[in-house]
Write a protein of this length. Sequence first.
Length: 186
Amino acid sequence: MADIIIAFPKRNDAKNLQKLLLKNGYDVRITCDSGSQVIDAVNRLDGGIVICGYRLTDMHYMEINDYLPKGFQMLLLASPAKLAEGGSGDFLTLAMPFKMQDLLNTLEMMMVQYNRWRRKQKSRPKARTDREKKAITAAKELLMERNQMTEDEAHHYIQKLSMDSATNMVETAEMILELNGKEWEI
């Protein structure tokens, strides 16, 4: 579940909203009354939802939205007049006063988006380090030299070996180098 941060200029308003969300099964991580507290909080967390008012003690909602890192979404709660004068951005809005069910439905929709984004991030392969790239390149060069393979053939050979042995390509490349007595630089 995404971390929720509530930010309003009056901390009491934030605490009241926190109580309502807790009653409905949402875990609110932090309540804030300033933009700097929000920015500090989002930099310590991996992702989540910031529910905030139009203006905090030190920042406007647009400034906070500009500082949000990837993985965070904003839900702006403000009067219809304030929402009409504000620019559209990459955040959701809810006019105050609102029905609790509208807030819960909006939060649920944001949670689904967050979870989809999170799964997508986890499924991305990690970038290889220079050391790992060098090991794979050295193993390919060894296979190309000793077995007269093209680079593609050597790459596919390492891939197949790694799949057959249930290890990753880097470990397989290191194994090829070690088995052939080839010293390689890190």
